[in-house]
Structures are given as C-alpha cells and as structure tokens.
Design a binder for this molecule. Structure first.
Ligand code: FES
Ligand code: FES
Length: 154
C-alpha cells in the first residue's frame, strides 16, 4: 500500500506491506535511520518520534496510521552541521556511550523541554522513564537535560 506522509517538513511516500510499522517505513523505506530499532515492543523508547506533535514509539505505530500526518524524527533537530542544543548538551555532558538509546532520549528531552522548560529532577526522570539506556547509569543523561534546559534559558 502506498503511504504518503509529511516527514520532517517534506512530503514523502513509501510503498509498504500493510503491517509495516512507522519505524520500519522511516528506516527501511525512507532511509531515516536515526530512530533506532531496539525492542520493537514499545519498551525502550529508542524509536521515539513526533506524530502530529505528540511523542510516540514509532515501532508501535503502523505506517498506515501516519498517512496524511506530520512525522518529525531526530533528523529534524540539527541544522546542517549545527547540533540542536539538546544534542550538544548530550555531547557536553558525556551522556553518550554506545549511542543506541541517544536519538530516542534526545527526542524525548526536546519534547520535555517544549512542555516544561525548567523541569526538576523528578520530572526529568519521569519524562525519560520510557527510554532505556544499557550503558550510562542515567546520571549523565540527567545532567545533559539540565544543561539543555539552562542553554534554552540563556
Ligand atoms: S524499538 Fe520502539 S520502543 Fe523499543
Ligand atoms: S548509551 Fe548505550 S544504550 Fe544508552
């Protein structure tokens, strides 16, 4: 089936099997491999994207459900070579090890700061509870969110 959807501000289309997930459409059909496929069960948050401005796990959304809607992926955040402030904060805080969880965490952090520019630690932990990291122990991730929030206020 042919799916037409707006991805990162561009009209895109893909011819997919009806059971194809949005994550698979993005990665395998549209070449947007920033969103990661770790669990494919909605458990890890590595595939987080915005669908009509709402944070979703792309592995749990059918590509067909995204037809005619707006999808924004982690690829929409950097401006050319210039990192988005949240991406820069993750680098500056050393919050990246293997990096597999990082795109999802960055999308979730950007989403959090859009809704709450000054989150406390509890709010940060709650907002990122759906994003699993096997490497960092989370403290540096929390630090990165704080740095990003400070940059936003500066
Ligand atoms: S790959 Fe979607 S939540 Fe893990
Ligand atoms: S940095 Fe490796 S899973 Fe998070």
């Amino acid at each position: 089936m042919l799916i037409r959807t707006n991805v990162n501000g561009e009209e895109r289309q893909a011819d997919v099997w009806p059971g194809t997930s949005l994550l698979s459409m993005l990665r395998d059909h549209l070449g947007l491999v920033g969103s990661k496929n770790a669990c494919e069960q909605g458990e890890c948050g590595s595939c987080s994207v915005w669908l009509d401005g709402e944070l979703v796990c792309a592995c749990l959304v059918l590509a067909a459900q995204a037809g005619g809607r707006d999808v924004r992926t982690v690829e929409s955040l950097a401006q050319g070579d210039r990192l988005h402030p949240v991406q820069k904060a993750f680098v500056d805080a050393g919050a990246v090890q293997c990096g597999f969880c990082t795109p999802g965490l960055i999308v979730a952090t950007a989403d959090l700061l859009q809704h709450d520019p000054t989150p406390g630690e509890e709010t940060i932990r709650e907002a990122l509870a759906g994003n699993l990291c096997r490497c960092t122990g989370y403290q540096k991730i929390i630090d990165a969110v704080r740095i990003a929030a400070e940059c936003r206020r500066a």
